[in-house]
Design a protein around this ligand. Sequence first.
Ligand code: SIN
Length: 304
Amino acid sequence: MSVNVESAHDDAATIDVRPLSETIGAEIRDVDLSTELAPSTLDAVHRAWLDHSVVVLRNQHLEDADLVRFSKHFGELDFGPNMAWQPESDREHPEVFVISNVLENGKPIGFLGDTEVDWHTDLCHTVLPPKASTLHAREIPSDGSGNTGYMNMYALLEALPDDLRRRVDGLQLKHEDAHTLQGEVRFGLSEADLTDLENAPGPVHPLVRTHPETGRKCLYLGRQWNGEHRATFVMGMTRADSDALLDEIWAIARREESVWYHKWQVGDFVMWDNRCVMHRRGPFSSAMRRIMHRTQIRDTEKPV
Ligand code: SIN
């Protein structure tokens, strides 16, 4: 394997950063997130994260307090949802989301169960989507299934044919927020209430956004449902034109040319940049335990 050790910017420490694919993801070695890191090391991790959009640190022995402390260096944290049956007071670290298929006493200990999850950007259907998400692997399926894919949305924009790239520039996308990631309808609404996507509840974000820290442009697609219902709508278009344009873009995205899949090991810590990355989770057997602890780092500005 060729080794590419990069040095970070002037006032950052030099850390060992090894790209994991041609377009996205890098492993950072020899940094222990369970310790308080020097500001120069944090700067170097931040730089690597901006440069590669996803960073992986293996073999991290993290308590939830460590996960929260490290994540807070990048911004304020969202509070994770708690399971409906779980008293709020049970949660020592309310910033930690548990993603798991495990049941204890017949009740789920976390969210998403064992479902495969299609390509999406976390909370694109909110006004201020988080800038980063992290996952720390506590237990993973022993057969190597349940990997997580990451897509470089800078590269996807560049991959569009010139004509399509011209057409998407300046467009605004409605991200309907009445459906959960699993396609269930929220807020007491029904599918019939959601056929007019232009007026459906949810924010409008630019289809091509400029990353506030790197200054680079990338596609911001959000999520897509198959079949009749769509999660997004190009404002000002007819429904047919909007669906046709988005289908054209998604067909290129689904070629997965700028994608890298992380094969989890226990102790892996992954942090991705939600502003320029979509992710998906591959299938795994419900008979296998998978437990991830996660944080979400708030952004301070809306997508522009
Ligand atoms: C997700 O945020 O879609 C879940 C990722 C995972 O469980 O690997």
